[in-house]
Design a binder for this molecule. Structure first.
Ligand SMILES: [Zn+2]
Length: 435
């Protein structure tokens, strides 16, 4: 059985199986979480964190930064609308001047949420030019993404009314859009802003040479990156991450400020972390591409590809398995070469005869229960899928499914996985309640 970040869940129903998977615990995959990666991150901050002379941080999902210069204030990222008022209060305690500029590292809601409360009459908002399409794209699919976010984060579904706003309906906050580079002379500090596509096409980095400080947005955080995100996204190109990390490495920064988590201080440490992330991402990318060229299918590669020990990075947010799939599907799309897939056969069509031949849904659900008890939770779950594809309210299948997902949820050390397991649990509960 492959050792995965989720390997511990195999022990859900069979404690004896735990011995086999002890290495997964030893790897520190399970149980090592970092609140900076949780949407529900709470901050006990009573005053803004002074990172260095003129640079202050308010902490949350994500962070907001205030840079106080001779020529006025600059805000870098503004957090979620939920956190922004608290951040503004903390940073205003340092300096109340209306910001001259707001720089948005990319167009995700946890970076743009506070723009309305920070922006003054004369504030310019700076973003990379791809942010226009990126914001339209998110708005275009707001019915879809609203539902996905509500599912993953278990939040009230603000946009789950099937809204279909059209192709170009987003509000674009940026007043200054640039392509490759933009420079701000703020007297005692220069802001060297560069396009650095990775998590999104509009991602940017900000370098202040006078403080040897670089702001990297979501290019780096304390997990293997989300090269694919489960709530759905346009492809995130692994080689973009590699290039962007290489560009940051060239700076020889002494302070690295991500929009999630704590600052990394010291040129040596920064170099070490950037190099590790770059090499790990490149390793996963190259192994996936090599496998594709050898003719291996995506499932084989998900099972085969693991980070070597020297490139090990915890996976409480992104995972290697999802990244392999993201890279594979990103490059070639959905078709796997199987004519059945090409014809779009529905799971119910494929499963109904098999379930009947196996003695019916009740028999198959008993088998799923048995598999779960033996510790083979994944296979048991797949059986419940087959049953539910033809009978979505099957009580036996739903009961087994609920037990498996609940146990997995308890044991998961990955925020995104936990989110979707939680959604699966609520879904099964709803279906059961509807009996
Ligand atoms: Zn973010």
């Amino acid at each position: 059985m492959k050792k995965t970040f989720r390997a511990a869940t195999f022990s859900a129903f069979a404690l004896t199986a735990m011995a086999i998977h002890t290495p997964a615990f030893a790897d520190g995959i399970v149980g090592e979480t970092d609140d900076s990666l949780s949407l529900l991150q709470t901050s006990t901050q009573t005053e803004a964190q002074r990172v260095t002379d003129g640079i202050y941080k308010a902490t949350g999902f994500g962070n907001s930064f205030l840079v106080v210069t001779d020529k006025g204030n600059v805000i870098i990222d503004t957090s979620l609308d939920l956190y922004a008022p608290g951040h503004k209060k903390l940073l205003n305690a340092v300096n109340t001047d209306e910001p001259k500029y707001i720089i948005i590292t990319h167009g995700h809601g946890d970076h743009t949420g506070g723009i309305p409360i920070w922006r003054g009459k004369n504030t310019e908002v700076i973003a990379q030019k791809e942010s226009v399409e990126f914001l339209h794209y998110q708005k275009r699919l707001s019915g879809f993404f609203g539902r996905q976010n509500a599912a993953q984060f278990n939040i009230s579904d603000r946009n789950v009314n099937g809204e279909n706003p059209g192709n170009y309906d987003a509000t674009i906050p940026a007043t200054i859009l640039f392509d490759k580079k933009y420079s701000l002379d703020m007297g005692n500090m220069t802001f060297d802003i560069r396009s650095a596509p990775a998590e999104t096409y509009d991602a940017l980095t900000v370098w202040i040479s006078e403080r040897k400080a670089v702001f990297v947005g979501d290019l780096l955080y304390t997990s293997f990156p989300n090269i694919y995100t489960l709530r759905g996204t346009k492809p995130r190109w692994a080689l973009d991450y590699v290039n962007a990390l290489n560009e940051v490495l060239k700076l020889d920064a002494e302070i690295l400020l991500g929009s999630h988590g704590e600052p990394i201080i010291g040129a040596e440490e920064i170099k070490k972390v950037l190099t590790l992330h770059r090499d790990a991402i490149l390793y996963v990318h190259d192994a996936t591409v090599a496998g594709m060229n050898e003719g291996k299918d995506v499932h084989t590669l998900i099972e085969e590809i693991e980070l070597p020990e020297e490139l090990y990075i915890k996976q409480p947010y992104g995972t290697v398995a999802w990244s392999v799939r993201g890279i594979y599907d990103g490059y070639i799309g959905w078709f796997d070469g199987n004519p059945t897939t090409m014809l779009g056969i529905k799971p119910a069509q494929a499963n109904s005869d098999l379930i009947e031949m196996a003695g019916g849904a009740d028999m198959v659900s008993k088998r799923a229960q048995l598999l779960a008890e033996k510790g083979n939770a994944d296979q048991a779950l797949a059986l419940t899928d087959s049953i539910l594809s033809i009978d979505p309210r099957h009580k036996g299948a739903l009961t087994v499914r609920l037990a498996i997902l609940t146990k997995m949820h308890e044991e998961s050390g990955n925020y995104n996985e936990k989110g979707w397991l939680g959604y699966g649990i609520r879904d099964a509960e709803k279906a059961l309640a509807g009996q």
